[in-house]
Design a protein. Structure first.
Lengths: 286, 285
């Protein structure tokens, strides 16, 4: 079983468009959307949901005011200032640590598990897909990412598919860490700008930190050739394989508007050809 | 006043809007870059940094002489960050949320706290603009505590502009909570619209008035505008796709540096926000 996870550091570099394009090219795979915070892959894949599951993660404290003696111990112990002067817990500030619940002398604090989101197993025109949606303003995105990846693996095993293609989240924090552990390789989609390079370098450091092999491709490379070269130089110096360059092309936007992959929209375009070239290199490496 | 610049989808132009706005408004402005995972504002602002601090969070250490292996610490910990295995107690610092529960519950007072590094805070300025950002340590999972540290450095009496991280979960909430206005930067594409709806949902959970900036407004389709109209969300600015802007951005240049006429537009954007905040009756500082 192999898993390629597409990440970027910076948001909006084209991860989801590239994963969608790969979905057209790769055979015998499961798609996984690990960007549970702002999942977009389903907008192109148009999944037919076969299974829907609740994701419960974490707890929130609720003070039962009738029995509360207002002793103030909970407010003293809470490190998040989540409990107001009149002993109401702010569910947004509550970290779910349970310290108030544990120590309340009146045992008047409830600590229920909460539903934080949903995850799905679906069928798409490119094969099965596992995706998820974290509730708005919720925590535990890392746990939901881990769950989605585990379920994608189960689907792959059950259907004897040997590849998982995962669309990762931006950044370098908890959901990204949860996305990359144990992956066969990462594809970093970089953008040739000072910020794109800065963010790509940080996510490359993260990959090195967790010892996951990384490769890089540069999207919209012609917007800034100097930065494209700088990213490639950085990659070469840091043992990151440079797979290719994709030109800036409005067909990324046009195909998205149509709900199509680059190949469905215009497989002859220069951008689609470049993505195909990159995919062949990945498939070869696998 | 606090204006938080957020988006849902990444790469829509949050940093472009927050940096250009910060330099165009003729007020005492402080810019807080709260995208601590991938901070970018400094690449455009090029501030003079005066203070560098390491930001930390407390995590437990166990005095094995005092520990009786009772296991109460492992019981209270919701994050599996401290466990008794055989004859020893193992704290997992990377998983710890710093609630202090284990230390509080330990009957032998065997637990004390040391520091885990969250990242580095840098404080500086560019002319009259005050600037704060943080760079999360590579390998650190939790950004909200570091975002809160950046926000704790807000100076009173200044207009605070926050560059928020992408997404709709806890890091974004940490960058929006308590703001007087959230400026949502979006692009008129299906991904932009989908993530915008999520971001609007998050802003509404917090009960903060918001408005939109539509970037690359001439690419894509009209569905973002239709949505904005249906939801009563004011479109405060539109930035058409311009290769000149994209190329300037890629070199770390501000829009107002290469096209000074945009200075007035960003200033007007601020006045419209001021008006909307006045209308909503919010007067939090």
């Amino acid at each position: 079983m192999k898993e390629i996870v597409v990440i970027s550091g910076k948001g909006g570099t084209g991860k989801t468009s590239i994963v969608s394009a790969f979905a057209t090219l790769a055979t015998d795979k499961v798609l996984c959307d690990a960007d549970v915070d702002a999942a977009d892959l389903h907008l192109i894949m148009a999944p037919k949901i076969r299974e829907r599951h609740d994701f419960t993660g974490g707890h929130t404290a609720i003070i039962n005011k009738e029995r509360c003696s207002q002793c103030g111990l909970c407010r003293e112990l809470c490190r998040w200032d989540a409990i107001s002067e009149d002993f109401v817990v702010d569910p947004i500030e509550c970290e779910g640590c349970g310290v108030c619940y544990y120590f309340c002398p009146e045992e008047t604090i409830d600590f229920p598990e909460k539903k934080c989101g949903e995850w799905f197993i679906s069928d798409t025109r490119f094969g099965p897909m596992v995706h998820a949606r974290l509730g708005i303003a919720e925590e535990n995105s890392g746990k939901l990412v881990t769950l989605a990846r585990q379920e994608a693996k189960k689907v792959a095993e059950a259907r004897a598919l040997n590849l998982i293609l995962t669309d990762g989240p931006p950044g370098i924090g908890c959901p990204v860490i949860a996305s990359i552990g144990g992956a066969t390789a990462l594809l970093i989609v970089a953008e040739p700008s000072v910020s794109g390079r800065h963010d790509m370098e940080r996510v490359a450091q993260l990959a090195a930190h967790f010892k996951v092999p990384a490769m890089v491709c540069i999207n919209k490379y012609d917007l800034n050739i100097e930065e494209t070269k700088a990213i490639e130089d950085f990659a070469n110096e840091n043992n990151i394989k440079v797979l290719g360059r994709v030109p800036f092309d409005p067909i990324f936007t046009h195909s998205m508007v149509q709900g199509q992959t680059l190949f469905e929209y215009d497989s002859k375009s220069e951008a689609a050809q470049a993505v195909e070239f990159i995919w062949e290199k990945i498939a070869g490496a696998l | 006043m606090i204006i938080s610049v957020a988006s849902g989808k990444g790469g829509t132009g949050k940093t472009t809007v927050s940096t250009n706005l910060a330099l165009s408004v003729k007020r005492n402005v402080q810019l807080l870059d709260c995208d601590v995972e991938e901070p970018n504002c400094h690449l455009f602002i090029r501030p003079t940094i005066e203070t560098v601090e390491t930001a930390t969070t407390p995590v437990p250490v166990v005095d094995e002489e005092k520990c009786t292996l009772c296991g109460k610490c492992g019981e209270i910990c919701q994050f599996k960050a401290i466990v008794v295995i055989g004859e020893t107690v193992l704290p997992f610092h990377e998983l710890c949320h710093s609630c202090g529960g284990c230390m509080e519950v330990c009957p032998e007072k065997a637990i004390s706290e040391v520091s885990r590094e969250l990242g580095v805070l840098e404080i500086g300025h560019r002319d009259g603009l005050s600037f704060v950002h943080a760079r999360m340590r590579v390998g650190e999972a939790m950004s909200p505590p570091l975002i809160k540290k950046v926000r704790s450095l807000s100076q009173s009496g200044r207009l605070i502009i926050i560059d928020a991280p992408p997404g709709t979960s806890c890091p974004v909430i940490a960058a929006m909570k308590g703001a007087d206005f959230v400026l949502l930067v979006t692009e008129p594409t299906p991904f932009g619209l989908h993530d915008l709806k999520l971001a609007v949902g998050a802003v509404r959970v917090l009960g903060i008035p918001c408005g939109l900036v539509i970037n690359c407004s001439d690419l894509g389709d009209d569905r973002v505008k239709e949505y904005a109209k249906a939801e009563g969300l004011p479109v405060l600015m539109e930035i058409p796709f311009d290769r000149k802007i994209a190329e300037a951005y890629s070199c770390g240049k501000l829009v107002v540096e290469v096209m000074p006429e945009w200075g007035r537009k960003f200033e007007e954007l601020y006045y419209r926000i001021e008006e909307l905040v006045g209308l909503s009756g919010s007067n939090t500082t």
